[in-house]
Design a protein. Structure first.
Length: 250
């Protein structure tokens, strides 16, 4: 059998880059899609994949991704996403909310729509959306992000229903506290103090590799096995508001 192929969006850092590495190690040819050319070129060179510069919120860019992938695709990991801001709903920044909906929902839908024919054509495709525990609960200051990630979750469920008679599995992974280089820094607009506070007193949050490992497991199950959703947290995070933190020096 020829080498199976995978697309990972948001592959320039964090969970996306780790997933590209893990899938390549599992035998996939990986199309590394993201906006930052230098990063995905280096990653693709490292893992023998193909870099594709792509902004998932731009339809023309997504079409170019589909053209680069070609007629057949085995795995699509819709990972591109993110949180912008942490203001209460009463002070919501409409532009931040729009950006979050654009990347976490509309971008995901655009990539899915463009690549679905290739997933179907493979005869055994897997579509995996990277959601969040923020798509399961609400928390103060999380309004725009939780709304968007609930959107990711509902789109995933809808797709599973709509594709019920197609040879495509539809899965979601919903990670909790994962420490990556960029997620919290982007959310807090580069405020390192606020970003570090998210993980304060938690010496062992999940890593991008933990999530990539779980994603690789999900997409490599036998073809009759659909892992609908997988919620994954560090042991210290029993719930969004219930995190076992160790005292930190003042
Ligand atoms: C990230 C999880 O806790 O920051 O997707 O909302 S959280």
């Amino acid at each position: 059998m020829s080498q199976p192929s995978a697309v990972v969006t948001g592959a320039s850092s964090g969970i996306g880059a780790a997933t590209a590495r893990h899938l390549a190690a599992a035998g996939f040819h990986v199309f590394c899609a993201a906006r930052r050319a230098d990063r995905i070129e280096a990653l693709a060179a490292e893992i023998g994949g193909t870099p594709v510069v792509c902004d998932v919120t731009d339809p023309a860019s997504v079409e170019q991704l589909a053209a680069a992938v070609g007629d057949t695709l085995h795995v699509l990991v819709n990972n591109a996403g993110g949180a912008f801001g942490s203001t209460p709903v009463a002070q919501a920044d409409s532009d931040d909310w729009r950006r979050m909906y654009e990347v976490n929902v509309i971008g995901l839908v655009q990539v899915t729509r463009a690549l679905l024919p290739a997933l179907v054509a493979s005869g055994d495709g897997v579509l995996l959306n990277v959601g969040s525990t923020a798509g399961r609960i609400a928390y103060e200051g999380g309004g725009g992000y939780t709304a968007a990630k609930h959107g990711t979750q509902v789109v995933t469920e809808t797709l599973r229903l709509e594709l019920w008679d197609q040879p495509v599995r539809v899965c979601e992974i919903a990670p909790g506290m994962v420490k990556t280089d960029e997620f919290a820094m982007v959310r807090f607009d580069g405020d390192r103090g606020k970003a570090e506070a998210v993980y304060a007193g938690v010496p062992d949050p999940l890593t991008a590799d933990d999530i990539a490992d779980a994603i690789t497991w999900m997409v490599t199950r036998p073809s009759h096995v659909n892992v609908d959703e997988l919620v994954i947290r560090p042991r210290r995070q029993a719930a969004q508001h219930k995190v076992h933190r160790e005292p930190t020096p003042e």
